[in-house]
Design a protein around this ligand. Structure first.
Ligand code: MN
Length: 128
């Protein structure tokens, strides 16, 4: 089991449902926001341990969100993991250039997905 609080900015209900299922199953707590503006507000209010960022959203795209979060002192330390189905050449490079720590292609595959997220979360506190 891993621990931590994940903010997922994802407008697709099925993707959000699957990702939540996988992450909660691994021991993480998950908040979902459906658009960029709510996602940024939630990042500022809750200071999650990691943010999963869909690239195609109804208002801001994931790149714009990454830019905003990375220029803000309060959120720039939070690892961003881009999740996208674009599969366009250069998309991963663009996400990484904007400061994303990793890029995951949809459709999400269970083992790989949790493994990638886990890399950017600290191990749980020692109970002693
Ligand atoms: Mn989307």
């Amino acid at each position: 089991m891993i621990s931590g609080r994940v903010l997922m900015i994802e407008d697709n209900e099925q993707n959000a449902y699957l990702a939540r299922y996988l992450l909660e199953g691994a021991g993480l707590s998950v908040t979902v926001q459906r658009n960029g503006r709510d996602g940024i507000a939630s990042a500022l209010a809750d200071k999650p341990d990691l943010i999963l960022l869909d690239i195609q959203l109804p208002d801001l795209d994931g790149y714009a969100i990454a830019r905003e979060l990375k220029k803000d002192e309060r959120t720039r330390h939070i690892p961003l993991v881009a999740v996208s189905s674009f599969a366009m050449p250069g998309e991963k490079a663009k996400a990484m250039e904007l400061g994303c720590a990793a890029y995951i292609e949809k459709p999400i595959r269970a083992l790989n997905f949790v493994g990638v997220i886990n890399r950017f979360l600290k191990p749980p506190e020692d109970p002693q």
